[in-house]
Design a protein around this ligand. Structure first.
Ligand code: XMP
Length: 518
């Protein structure tokens, strides 16, 4: 199997380490993030990186026992780029000096100006004299290590850019991976070029390798895949199907909480178009029965989650000889995070997934998307010929419409919600806004309001439109629709959807709100 070139990111706990990986993947460079505790000499030899990046981190190298890279990182003969804490640790380890505070802490925007010396790492920089960068440091380097020279300075960081070009060791005090360092991407591009990367991480290549890997792992055994219709499980299913054909069976559970036309779309796509073995299980009676009278959001989530696992297991048990379960796990779920506090975090919502299933069923896992970020999964989906409709779809939560129907869930409310949601999404698509929005949906509110239509009084449900922009769903802002758009959409919903006579727009950001209503 052809192996791609690999870059190792040693994580010292920065909040933005994942962004480094994003920047590199955009350059078609394969990289992995590993916590510093795990990166031993043996690990390094085994990983055989073509270059290494030290991430930033919250600790201070002046503190005894603070995180360090293994010594052998510096003798491997590969280029290294140190960022923020990564710069400081590099200086400290190679004979320089780092000091705390003394009025030189910098947080936020800063400007770096060049020194006399030229450095290939900075190609394309300083065309207008100085560059904006993003700083976030309390400590600073006060003496650079032997062999290093200074190539850029800022008011708080006299050694903002340092390098030992001969050894290809580069170290910067700022964060080139963040958006607020506009030329940061260029710096990464220069670094990987200097390190000899050819950009061999492409989706076409990944597809071939992933198929080979699946065949190797699974052999002639059978695989079960839970299909939700979302982009991750769809891409995983198509990829595995390409690798092992009929030895894959997909199970699609309709819990009665899907959007308008969704179940039919999934069946048509995967059974008819891709010719996959697909069990489409209509279990809406079971789920809606169990949810009768339930209005507490957490009880809803737990009821659906538990039932889903039972139902899935029942169907999976009918597939004789299945030894593997496919999961659409993505790279951000896999990255081991560096935890300094280690305290338990508060449960805001218990998310629905099929975690725990493989152990319960004695199945081994196939996770062909483990190395990919979300947008790479989309790129792979395109490579596999999945229609845009599946690839570019907004995320849809596991508990489905249940959490968009505050209060008690009834078939009547679900039917109204489905229609209203379909009109709303149609409006968004017609106005060409779908791809600008992270997620948009309607929630049906547990209140009836009085209205007047024609000459008659109405007493129907109110609904709320939600549309947010976000990068990862962790934080979000409401989408600034024009008043014309909102007015037109409200009119269409009230005219076209029987059962709704009032439309509101939710302008809460996250935090303090969450994206879903429950
Ligand atoms: P919240 O409402 O927590 O949602 O701001 C953040 C993102 O997660 C989705 N979401 C879920 N996805 N299972 C999922 O797979 C769940 O139980 C679940 N709950 C929320 C939500 O749609 C949004 O994209």
């Amino acid at each position: 199997m052809t192996q791609h070139q690999r870059l190792l990111i040693i994580d010292f706990g920065s909040q933005v380490t994942q962004l480094i990986a994003r920047r590199l993947r955009e350059l078609n460079v394969y990289c992995e993030i590993h916590p510093y505790q795990k990166v031993t000499d043996a690990f390094l030899t085994d990983f055989a990186p073509q270059a290494i990046i030290f991430s930033g981190g919250p600790d201070s190298v002046t503190r005894e026992g603070s995180p360090r890279p293994p010594k052998s990182a510096f003798t491997l003969g590969v280029p290294i780029l140190g960022i923020c804490y990564g710069q400081q640790v590099m200086m400290q380890e190679l004979g320089g000096l780092v000091e705390s505070g003394h009025g030189t802490a910098e947080f936020g925007r800063a400007y770096v100006t060049p020194t006399e010396r030229a450095l290939p790492l900075l190609e394309g920089w300083f065309q207008d004299g100085r560059e904006q960068v993003w700083m976030s440091h309390g400590d600073h380097v006060s003496r650079i290590a032997p062999g290093f020279e200074v190539y850029g300075t800022s008011p708080g960081a006299p050694f903002a850019i340092t390098a030992d070009p001969e050894r290809h060791f580069y170290a910067v005090q700022f964060h080139p991976e963040v958006h607020h360092t506009p030329k940061g991407a260029k710096l990464y591009e220069n670094f990987v070029r200097l390190a000899g990367f050819t950009g061999d991480w492409t989706m076409a290549g990944y597809r071939e390798q992933a198929i080979e890997k699946i065949r190797e792992r699974v052999g002639d055994k059978k695989v079960i895949c839970g299909l939700s219709g979302g982009v991750d499980s769809s891409v995983a299913a198509v990829l595995i199907h390409e690798a092992i054909g009929d030895n894959l069976t997909c199970v699609f559970v309709d819990h009665g909480l899907l959007r308008k036309g969704e179940a039919e779309e999934v069946v048509t796509m995967f059974r008819d178009h891709y010719n996959m073995r697909l069990i489409a299980a209509d279990e809406s009676d079971l789920f809606l029965g169990a949810l009768e009278g339930v209005s507490d959001p957490e009880v809803k989530r737990k009821t659906i989650g538990k039932l889903f696992i039972d139902v899935f297991q029942n169907y999976a048990n009918q597939i004789e000889g299945a030894e593997f379960l496919a999961q659409g796990t993505l790279y951000p779920d896999v990255i081991e995070s560096v935890s300094f506090s280690g305290g338990p975090s508060v449960t805001i919502k218990s998310h629905h997934n099929v975690g725990g299933l493989p152990e319960k069923m004695g199945l081994k896992l196939v996770e062909p998307l483990r190395e990919l970020f979300k947008d790479e999964v989309r790129a792979l989906g395109r490579e596999l010929g999945l229609p845009e409709k599946f690839i570019g779809r907004h995320p849809f939560p596991g508990p489905g419409l249940a959490i968009r129907c505050p209060g008690e869930i009834t078939r009547e409310k679900l039917a109204i919600l489905r229609e209203a949601d379909a009109v709303y999404i149609d409006q968004i698509r017609k106005h060409g806004l779908y791809d600008e929005i992270w997620q948009a949906f309607v929630a049906i509110l547990p209140v009836r309001t009085v209205g007047v239509m024609g000459d008659g009084r109405t007493y129907d449900y109110a609904c709320a439109l939600r549309a947010v922009t976000s990068v990862d769903g962790m934080t979000a802002d409401y989408y600034p629709f024009s008043h014309e758009f909102l007015g037109e959409t409200a009119t269409r919903i009230i005219n076209e959807v029987k059962g709704i006579n009032r439309v509101t727009y939710d302008i809460t950001s996250k935090p303090p709100g969450t994206i879903e209503w429950e």
